[in-house]
Structure formats: structure tokens, C-alpha cells
Design a protein around this ligand. Sequence first.
Ligand code: BLA
Length: 489
Amino acid sequence: VESGTPFDLSVCLNEPIHRLGGIQSYGTLVAVAADGRVEVAATNAGAVLGITDPVGLPADAVFGVEGLAAVHRTLAAPTGDRGLLSLAVAGREFDATVYRADGRVVVELEPPVDERPFVFSRFYPAVRTALTRLQHGRTVVDVCAAAVAEIRALTGYDRVVAYRFEGPAGPGEVVAESVADGLEPWLGLWFPATDIPPQARRLYERNWIRVIHDVDDDTASLVPAVAEPLDLSDSTLRTVSGFHLEYLRNIGVRSSMSVSLLDRGRLWGLIACHGLAPRRLGAEVRAACEFFGVTLSLQLAAVQDAEAERARQRARSALLALVTELPDALLDHGAELADLVRADAVALRLDGRSSPLVDALVEHLPPLAAGEVWGCESLAELDPALGRYADEVSGVLVLALDRPGDLVVWTRRERRAARTWATDPERPVRVGPRGQRLTPRGSSAVYRAVVRGRCLPWTTADEAVAVEFGNAVRAAAVRRAAHLSALND
Ligand code: BLA
């Protein structure tokens, strides 16, 4: 059934996924109030730890005086918002994650995956080899392809993809994949932005990895239940939104992990891993994956910088020829100037004189310092009124010149991009007889659509060339001024 009440996607935007009041039940949670007593705990705490229900007990009765001291030492260490340690409770060792939330000290405990003590050295050789392979990648896609293969080898998930977002809140594309035999390929598929709501993206900017052990897990609730459940933003065990669980079930997945890919602190993409069976990762494999995420992010930034540098080099000789002219004469070289950043055309705004499009655009620009650039791929999204120019111009790259208000405006036409979507991007959710269903995805149901009204994205390299051009114009102006004053002497 396709029909029914339309699903209101704002539900996703507003779901407080960091305060759902529960955790995944393969581990447990104990939260200690400022007075040293256990104030909140997961319902399974007694059973997992092999003790009586800890709520109301002094924390040192649960962890021992030594154990509690170790928790506080770990929290005090300058290693970020949360720490890891080994803790013994009732004679058994647990991997513990500790952090502060809402004025409490939270201790999450997991039975070790394979009863062996944590030894990073066991993984170090594999991780080192993997990282060396990454460093050979020259393009972003090369680096991602190496990464998905290595992460699959390291973790054993059945499908590992590199998923790259188009802008921080945008849809995304699978740019690399390593998948077990028999699973359908996802390479090249696009997924709608609504698949990963903004508050989830923020959590993935904060934490490098997210493990979902089993989509059919019975959540262990936190007790006593309170109006505003504990803030689990730093949690390892945080329970999962029912919407996302349904999504995973619909794509036939029992377990997942994602590793964040950040570009200067902003989420750039995810390495998404899927298991066909429930899967936990031990603390050491998780540590290795985190390390991988950090290194991979740096490597991706380096590759993008290198790509930008190569573009700058290519542009340099063209720049030299152009900037010997006065700004007014630049347009005599319009074609070369446009080519610099692969634009269709270029316009100038000098002394307040410009075209109607640029006049209309100026009101929408953020404040730009001299030499700064700003890009936009869809003017109509910026302001529907600017859609009037859509036949000629979809996107602009703007460079601010030295004199306030003087601009170089490169323009690109609409690029009709054919995209293969895993689901209809206009209708990511269907309502069926059993309530809302997040659309099943996969090659059997791919949806082809053409993206309209946007130009080819301005790349880091395009922006770097525009900045370089601004520098060259400024340097030429200085030289010209020096030359004139020498003539006057
Ligand atoms: C989280 N959605 C996620 C995550 C991924 C995706 C990777 C991170 C958690 C994880 O690793 O499982 C989506 N997974 C994908 C995509 C690909 C993939 C795009 O493999 C493609 C390769 N999801 C919806 C709708 C809602 C929604 C309509 O489709 C809202 C109702 C919610 N997705 C949603 C939420 C989370 C999420 C709430 C956060 C889960 C969490 O960390 O608690």
C-alpha cells in the first residue's frame, strides 16, 4: 500500500535522540550523583554486574574505593569528554566508558568481547599497514576505497561503504564500497538528506564512532524514569531511535557501525558498516576504528588540499597574464577569467556598477572581507526571486576585491545531473498497513531523478584559485601604484 497519511518528517527533526532514556542491553549504565550515590541505573545493571540493584547505593559499594578513584582519575585526564578504563565489579572485569552528564558521573560497563585483556598492540600492525595503504591514495575516492576495504577486514562487517554528503545537511552518495559476496552493490547510489537528521549528524561530529549491536535488542531503560532523561550524547551504549531501527530492518541489517569523516570539524561523510547478524566490537577494535576515523579525516583533508594546490599551479600562468590589466580591463579577458574556475561567465562589480543579477545578488551576500570568496550552487534556493535568472545562471562564486563592494562574480549554469537514488528523494517514507515504513532500499527499487536548478559544485580547488586570483590582483595593484609613484618622482 502506497497511500495513507503522509509521514511528518519534522518528527525526525525534533526527536531528542540523545535523551531517549535507555541503552543497548549488551552493557549497562550507572550514574552517580554529586553526593556519591547511584542515582540512576539501567534496569539490567544488577543482572549484568552480578550484584543487587545499585540504585541508592554509595558508588564505592559498587566499584570499590580503588575503582571509583580510577573513574575520577580517568575523568580528570585531559583526553576529551570521555575516558576508557577497565573496571572490576563483583570480581569480573568490564570495559568502562566514563563521562559527565547533567551534573552526574556516568559509568557504562560492557563485558569484554573476548574475555582477553585490552591490548592495542594486537591490532597495531594491522592498523599501521592499513594506514600506509591509505596514504597512497591520490584522490578522495582512492582514499575512501582503501579505507572501506581495510575497515571491513578489521571489523568483519558484511557491507562497508564510504558515504559522502553534499553539504553538511545534504543528501549523500556512496563513493566507495566493500561488500560480501551476494549482497547488492550500492556504489554510486544517492540517499536522501532525511536519512540522517541534523541532530544525529551533530552527535557524529562529537563522537567518532557509533555502534548498534542488534536492531532487535530490548532496550534497557534508565530508572528511575524522569521527565528529562539523562543526556547520553557522550554515551557508547545510547539506545537507538525507533525510526532508524526500522530503517535498518528494512534494508535487511541486524547491526551497524558508523565512523565519522570530518573536514575541519564538520561532518563530511561517514564510513557506514552493516552486519547481517548482531555484532559487538570490543573496546580495542573500536579504538582502532576511532583512530582510523581520525587519520582518514586528516588524509582526506590533505588530499583535498593537494588537489587545490594542483589547481592553483595550473591557474598560475593564466593569472599572470590576466592581472597585468587594470580591473576595468579584466573583462576583455572574460573567457580566460571564467576558465580559471571552470565558470560559464564572469561579471564585475566596480564602484557600484554591475549587472541586474549582481545587483540583486549583493543583498544576499554575507559580509566578505577583501580577498574572501563565497560560493552558492543554487541562487533560487537563496531567494526564489533570483530564480528569474535560472536560464543563464544557477550558481555563483563571489570574490571580494579590495575596495569595499567591488566584486568578481563567476557564474555557472544549471547542471542537470542524473542521479540514481536508493529511494524517491521526494518521498523517503511511505505509510503502509503497519504504520510508517521507512522505504525499503536497494537496487531492486532504485529511483532515477534529475537534479534541477543547481550548478556543478564549487570545489575547494575552485575556491583556492579564486582566492589566488584575488591575491594576484592585489599584488598587481601594489606594483602599479609603485610604478606610478616612481614615474611621478
Ligand atoms: C542514523 N542513518 C543513521 C546512520 C546512518 C544512516 C549511516 C548512522 C547510524 C548507523 O551507523 O546505523 C543512514 N545508512 C544510512 C545511509 C546509508 C547507510 C544513508 O548505510 C547509505 C549508504 N532515518 C530516516 C528517517 C528518519 C531517520 C525518515 O530515514 C527519521 C524519522 C532517522 N537516522 C535516523 C536517526 C539516526 C539515524 C534518528 C540516529 C541513530 C542514532 O545514532 O541514534
